[in-house]
Design a protein around this ligand. Structure first.
Ligand code: B4P
Length: 180
């Protein structure tokens, strides 16, 4: 199984990824988690990424593509991409990479969640990029950079929309139904 979880920051991609990975035994690739581990390790890449993440902006495509490419190329089984791709350039680069490996994406799960719900969730979580100002900036970046991917994957016939509000396990059941 080769899938992408698509949705606004805080729509629950990371939360649902845990349940999907457990059920299907696929590899979880989260660019957010990869970047946060670079930040905690204090690498030069992490130091650069920290400022960008805390400002609610996207880290450069060059950095993100470099990080994800090696991981995908070395995988043998299925995978779940969480938080990647985040813009059209990343989506096209991913299609090219997977096309070359003859492992195209099968489905893209889009999490439908209103911004009011997202704001409430993120303020309650309180990560260093979860303050009101950064949340608003991430929303703007999502609308302009990431939301166009809904159309991109709809045209490919791969998009499945799942209502991302409610009990975490109920949302997982909706996703399992969409995938099975
Ligand atoms: P991410 O790590 O991808 O974003 P996230 O805010 O963690 O979103 P997610 O949707 O996974 O939410 P979660 O399940 O945690 O990105 C962070 C930053 O990294 C970006 O802003 C960017 O700077 C950088 N970045 C990452 N990928 C990049 C890329 N490809 N290109 C460039 N830059 C990139 O859920 C959020 C909260 O809601 C949690 O507290 C959770 O417990 C709660 N929650 C989840 N489901 C719930 C439910 N059903 N009900 C109630 N609460 C729920």
């Amino acid at each position: 199984m080769r899938i992408v979880l698509l949705g606004a920051p805080g729509s629950g991609k990371g939360t649902q990824a845990a349940n999907l990975v457990e059920k299907y035994g696929i590899t979880h690739l989260s660019t957010g988690d990869m970047l946060r581990s670079e930040v905690s390790a204090g690498t030069p890449l992490g130091l650069e990424a920290k400022k960008i993440m805390e400002a609610g902006q996207l880290v450069s495509d060059e950095i993100v593509l470099g990080m994800i490419k090696n991981k995908i190329e070395s995988l043998t089984g299925g995978f779940l991409l969480d938080g990647f791709p985040r813009n059209l350039n990343q989506a096209e680069a991913l299609d090219e990479l997977l096309g070359g490996l003859k492992k195209p994406l099968e489905k893209v799960i889009f999490f439908d969640v209103s911004f009011d719900v997202i704001k409430e969730r993120l303020l309650a979580r309180g990560r260093s990029d979860d303050n009101a100002e950064t949340i608003e900036e991430r929303r703007k970046v999502y609308e302009s950079e990431t939301a166009p991917l809904i159309n991109y994957y709809t045209k490919q016939g791969k998009l499945v929309t799942v209502e991302g509000v409610g009990d975490v396990n109920e949302i997982s059941q909706r996703i399992f139904k969409a995938l099975d």
